[in-house]
Design a binder for this molecule. Structure first.
Ligand code: LMR
Length: 393
């Protein structure tokens, strides 16, 4: 049966974790996967999470099934975070939200739902995009095309190229947009650019699928939701995949959500019923723990304030590491663009060959495209990383 099965290549991001784990060098550094490490190099367990978990353990709750679309209070909290508590869309009950297995799970149930709805349209992703976007949408049966995004010459967004690329897409095409902290480049659209993107979306009748996995890591919770809120105010139908993996440091708990903005409450009910069928036939219903913790934090004033403080600390520490790296690299070149980038990543400009040298000679792991996770730097490894980069460039 399996004699003709070919060996698949390693995953470009999670495969690095496997190689990193097998590396026996004591001073190795993992700048591959998008994970925030604290100043001591550990994945933090947030204080707000710890408090909420303690209360849950003490309550010793039974472990029944969740509803197909997850914990209702969690779904509502997600909506408030994305659209703003005062959003008319929420009052009009036009948003359908389903708890999902991380942001990736949200993309997948969204893709499966859209495929049933409109199987022949292409999905457009940015050049470059998160490594898994193409594979995920192709896996759902879509043809995946690209629109220009990153301009290596300016270390910014090629806005004109992006708009021209989007204008060539057929009506109904799905456009995957990174709402903030673009993965892998760290360069985002400005408000005016988003407005122009929105105009093309409306003119061409495109279907926006916003991916927001790093809310709070750019400029703050509300500031990072700007694109979502701009689209929400524009009366277009769209999808949002969101994640708490990074913002709650709950990676392995797989806590995310898919939100779908519809034209009316009646439409929302119908969409919800179909989305539930997609979930039921994939994994039946989501797990409880992570979403219950997030829900407990977001729905409690004190814990929520604590979480916001902790999220701010993570954001500030990443910024400090960006500054530190730029300063240390100033001897070998102008890396000021690293400080302008947002979120966990920097598209460093390192070539695949330079990334190979970093790994082989220095035990420093990065994605072959040159993406480095700045959130994995700390005072204990930043000198070594900067020296190694200086040696290979
Ligand atoms: C990343 O881009 O490193 C993260 O989103 C983790 C992942 O699943 O790839």
């Amino acid at each position: 049966l399996f004699s003709s099965v070919e060996l698949a290549p390693r995953d470009p991001i999670l495969g690095l974790n496997e190689a990193f784990g097998a590396d026996t060098r004591a001073d190795k550094v993992n700048l591959g996967v998008g994970v925030y490490y604290d100043a001591n190099g550990h994945v933090p367990l947030l204080r707000a999470v710890r408090e909420a978990e303690k209360a849950r353990v003490e309550a010793a709750l039974p472990r029944g099934y969740l509803p197909i679309d997850g914990i209702a209070l969690y779904d509502m909290a997600v909506q408030k975070l994305l659209f703003g508590a005062d959003s008319p869309l929420l009052a009009e009950r036009r948003v359908v939200t389903a708890q999902s297995l991380g942001g990736t799970g949200a993309l997948k149930i969204g893709a499966d739902f859209l495929k049933r709805l409109n199987p022949s349209v292409p999905v457009a992703i940015s050049t470059p995009s998160w490594e898994n976007h193409r594979a995920l949408f192709e896996g759902a049966g879509f043809q995946v095309v690209e629109y220009p995004y990153y301009d290596a010459a300016t270390h910014g967004v090629d806005v004109e190229g992006m708009l021209a690329g989007m204008a060539k897409l057929p009506a109904g095409a799905i456009v995957v947009l990174h709402a903030c902290c673009h993965n892998p480049t760290g360069v985002d659209l400005r408000t005016d650019d988003w407005k122009r993107v929105l105009s093309v979306v409306r003119e061409r009748g495109l279907v926006p699928f916003l991916d927001i996995a790093y809310q709070g890591f750019g400029d703050g919770i509300d500031a990072d939701a700007e694109a979502v809120r701009l689209f929400a105010a524009a009366d277009v139908s769209f999808l949002v995949a969101s994640s708490f993996s990074k913002s709650f440091s709950l990676y392995g708990e797989r806590v995310g959500a898919l939100s779908i903005v519809t034209a009316s409450h009646d439409e929302a009910l119908r969409v919800q019923s179909q989305l539930k069928r997609v979930i039921r036939t994939n994994y039946s219903n989501p797990p409880t723990h992570g979403a219950a913790v997030v829900s407990a934090v977001l729905n409690h004033d004190g814990l929520r304030a604590m979480w916001e403080t902790e999220l701010g600390e993570m954001r500030d520490r990443i910024r400090a590491m960006r500054r530190g790296l730029v300063e240390r690299l100033s001897k070998v070149g102008d890396f000021a663009f690293i400080e302008r980038q947002r979120g966990m990543f920097s598209y460093s400009g390192l070539s695949a060959a330079q990334v190979d040298r970093l790994r082989e000679e220095f035990g420093i792991y990065a994605v072959s495209t040159g993406r480095i996770c700045v959130a994995a730097l700390n005072e204990g490894n930043i000198d070594r990383v900067a020296e190694a980069i200086a040696r290979v460039v």
